[in-house]
Structure formats: structure tokens, C-alpha cells
Design a protein around this ligand. Structure first.
Ligand code: AMP
Ligand code: GLY
Length: 431
């Protein structure tokens, strides 16, 4: 197949590496990509957020499948334009992508579909925010309603800080004040063809900047998959269901979250074709949704796809062309996958960019390790970092102790002045 992947992050690099690992030998193109992606795909000059330009390019170059990585092209209507021209595309149209872009839309769909989620109040003024904070109590959860790249959310005991956060986002739109949900977080991805869903393997993301979950929220500083502790949070199997904890968990979320949401979106005339990302909290009262995304998670994709045994291209094409019903659930290896993000100094507030990177070949040479680039560019005789999250070290091992050891040995080889990374990714599952 000739496959065009839109986006420029480590998630897109992971998707491309997975496509490239297939025996079928695809031709993979990327726009805009980055220096790491350029080693594994052909970069095409194209504005990935321009629906007409992407459609024209796909037609002119006989592209068989377009895979949309980030949310921006979805919100810009790139998938709608491609679908109107009969070009298979993995990614929802603008209307269905609101599931990610508008937290109020997501809450409405969840309510209509009977999906378990925390209570939320939509506030349009500081007075309404204050009333909601008092009604829902501490800890306070305050969210900007639109896309804010992971930075629009504050979770705090401090009422004044919650108010100040709301005040800073109120000029750009309504604020959601949410009930605080406590418990471990799980990211679970579903492929959807608009009608049917197939789950992938669960992963956990580390959203905070620092070790021990200290510091500000980020786009994600690391991840691991699978989640060996799921059994502690899932009710014992009932007759007729799987006794494997991961399978039982995935069955439950498929039935209670993914299927009702996909059905509801279809009923509303906005079918969701692409990747439904369910961000879940395993509360003592059961699994609840904190958020949906309309695309693969970053960095979770970097640990889910290396464990996928089925050819990714076939799954994405089946979703894009309405054929998931005929496919069985994707299979995953028993190996453990860990990824650690290397970020620039100053991330997430004000990343320092342009610093040279060294030691990447030595890092990739560590057994079971590969790199997924997020923000790198060629400069003279080497690579420089061009953004906040620079690259992911991804390590696969027989168990988490091995995967973690490999990831951190590889990181020790990499030089980036001022670079930051967490040292505790997957630590709790590695003992
Ligand atoms: P979101 O952008 O909605 O995914 O929120 C970012 C992060 O904030 C989540 O991954 C959680 O760690 C935290 N968070 C969001 N909503 C809640 C909530 N209702 N209760 C507790 N933590 C939350
Ligand atoms: N890892 C969080 C996200 O992709 O939104």
C-alpha cells in the first residue's frame, strides 16, 4: 500500500515504524514529519491541516490510505474532505472529533449514551465557577472547554489556584468544573469504523513533569503497556466472561464505554471513524471516563504498537473502509514495553530549542531499544532539538525490569543540554 501519515510527533513515528515492520513492504509518506521520521518514510511537502491540499496530494499520488495522527487536521476537516473524495482515511470528521475538542460535547454524548463519568458543571462566569467549586468540593478539577494541549486542566486542593486557573481561561470560553475522581488512570484505544469497535491493549501514561507525579501537567512524559495490576481493580469474572483480568477489563470498557459512544455518535449522524481514545480512572465505584481523544495517544502509542502482532495497516484500512466487523480482536505479545520521553529544558512552559543531540546511535544500539522522534531537525552534521518533547526512548523486554533497564541505559547514552526526563516510569511494575 501507499500510505500517507499526517503529523510530526513521536506518535506518528511509532505508527510509521509499525507500518514499516510489516512484511507487506508498504511505501510510507509523511507530512510534515521530522528528522527521525525522514529516516523511515518519504517526507512530502504538504500542509497537513489543509483539507484541499491533502486531498489533491492523495489523489495525484495514488495514496491508498491516509492516517491522521494529531487532532489539528481532524478539527480542520481533513478527514471529511478525503472521505468526500472516496479516499480511505483513518481519522474522524470534524463533527465527531469534537469528542476531543469540546469537553462539553463529550459530556453530552456520555450522558446520552449512559457512559460512566464524573459530574461536571459548565460555568460562564467567575461567580458560576465559585458556586461549582463549592458544590463539588475539594480537590478541585477545573478545565478549559477547548483544545489546550494538556495544559488546560488543573487539579488542586487550593481553591484560590482553581479560581485563578478558571479566570485565565474564561476569556476564551466556558469552563468545566468537575468532580474529582481518584484511582489509577488507564488509556485504552479502540479502532472504530463508525459502527464496530476493536480494542487495543491498555497502557498507562505519566502526565506530570516530575518524578512521583510532581510538577505541572504535560503532554505525557512516559508510558508502559500492558498493565499487570488491572486484576486488582476489576471485579472477579462472571460466568461466560474471560478470567484473564486484562480481557475482562477490556470487555467491560468495550461494552460500557466504547460501543455506546460509537452508537450514539452514529445515531446523531456524526459517525466516528478512527481511533477512540478512552482516558479512564479506576475509581472505587468502578471505571469512569475522564476524557476522550479522537486520535492515538502520545506517548501511549509508542508502547502499544510495538506489542501489536497483527499488521497495523490492515486494521487501519478495515476501520477506514467500514470492515471491522469481519475482523477478530488484534493480538498482542506478552512482552513489556516502556517509553521514556526526553524533553527540552523549560518544558512545558517555555522549552529551550535548538540544542544539539548526541549519542542517538549508541542509544538505539541497546538491546530491545528504538527511538521515536518528536521534535528533531538536521543541522549541519547532527540533529538538534526543535520542541518541548524531543524524542522517546522505547524499550521492549521480557518483563518490565528488563524493559526499564534497557530504556534507562539507552537514555544515559543521549546528550541534550538541559534535557529533562522522569526516572520513575514503570518503576512500580518493575520489582
Ligand atoms: P484531561 O485533559 O481531561 O485528560 O486531564 C488531564 C489530567 O488531569 C488527567 O489525566 C488526570 O490526571 C487529571 N484529571 C482530569 N480530570 C480529572 C478528574 N475529574 N478527577 C481527577 N483527575 C482528573
Ligand atoms: N497521552 C495523552 C494524550 O495523548 O492526550
Amino acid at each position: 500500500m501507499r500510505i500517507l501519515v499526517l503529523g510530526s510527533g513521536a506518535r506518528e513515528h511509532a505508527i510509521i515504524l509499525s507500518l514499516r515492520s510489516e512484511e507487506a513492504g508498504h511505501e510510507v509518506f509523511a507530512a510534515p514529519g521530522n528528522a527521525g521520521i525522514a529516516r523511515d518514510a518519504t517526507i512530502v511537502e504538504l500542509d497537513a491541516n489543509d483539507p484541499a491540499a491533502v486531498t489533491e496530494h492523495a489523489n495525484a499520488h495514488a495514496i491508498d490510505l491516509v492516517v491522521i495522527g494529531p487532532e489539528a487536521p481532524l478539527v480542520a476537516g481533513v478527514a471529511d474532505a478525503l472521505r468526500e473524495h472516496g479516499i480511505p482515511v483513518f481519522g474522524p470528521g470534524r463533527a465527531a472529533a469534537q469528542l476531543e475538542g469540546s469537553k462539553a460535547f463529550a459530556k453530552r454524548i456520555m450522558e446520552a449514551a449512559g457512559v460512566p463519568t464524573g459530574r461536571a458543571v459548565r460555568a460562564h462566569s467567575l461567580a458560576e465557577v465559585e458556586a461549582a467549586l463549592d458544590e463539588l468540593g475539594a480537590p478541585h478539577v477545573v478545565k478549559a472547554d477547548g483544545l489546550a494541549a494538556g495544559k488546560g486542566v488543573i487539579v488542586t486542593e487550593d481553591r484560590a489556584a482553581a479560581l485563578a486557573h478558571a479566570e485565565s481561561y474564561l476569556p476564551s470560553g466556558p469552563i468545566l468544573v468537575e468532580e474529582f475522581l481518584s484511582g489509577p488512570e488507564v488509556s485504552l484505544f479502540f479502532l472504530s469504523d463508525g459502527d464496530h469497535v476493536l480494542p487495543l491493549s491498555p497502557a498507562q501514561d505519566f502526565k506530570r513533569l516530575g518524578d512521583g507525579d510532581a510538577g505541572p501537567n504535560t503532554g505525557g512524559m512516559g508510558a508502559y503497556s500492558p498493565l499487570p495490576w488491572l486484576g486488582d481493580h476489576v471485579a472477579p469474572a462472571v460466568e461466560g466472561e474471560s478470567s484473564d483480568p486484562e480481557e475482562a477489563f477490556v470487555d467491560l470498557v468495550t461494552r460500557e464505554v466504547a460501543e455506546p459512544v460509537i452508537r450514539r455518535l452514529d445515531e446523531e449522524g456524526t459517525p466516528f471513524i478512527g481511533l477512540l481514545y478512552a482516558g479512564l480512572i479506576l475509581t472505587p465505584q468502578g471505571v469512569k471516563v475522564i476524557e476522550f481523544n479522537a486520535r492515538f495517544g502520545d506517548p501511549e502509542t509508542q508502547v502499544v504498537l510495538p506489542r501489536l502482532l497483527d499488521p497495523l495497516s490492515e486494521l487501519l484500512l478495515a476501520a477506514a473502509s467500514g470492515n471491522l466487523e469481519d475482523r477478530s480482536r488484534p493480538a498482542f505479545s506478552d512482552s513489556a514495553a516502556v517509553t521514556v520521553v526526553l524533553a527540552s529544558e523549560g518544558y512545558p512552559e517555555a522549552p529551550v530549542t535548538g540544542k544539539p543531540l548526541s549519542g542517538l546511535d549508541a542509544a538505539s544500539a541497546v538491546d530491545g531499544v528504538h527511538l521515536a522522534h518528536a521534535a528533531t531537525a538536521e543541522s549541519g552534521d547532527g540533529l538538534v532539538a526543535t520542541g518541548g518533547r524531543v524524542l522517546n526512548v522505547v524499550a521492549v523486554g521480557e518483563d518490565f525490569a528488563e524493559a526499564r533497564d534497557r530504556a534507562y541505559r539507552a537514555l544515559a547514552e543521549i546528550g541534550l543540554e538541559g534535557g529533562q526526563f522522569r526516572t520513575d516510569i514503570a518503576a512500580r511494575v518493575a520489582d
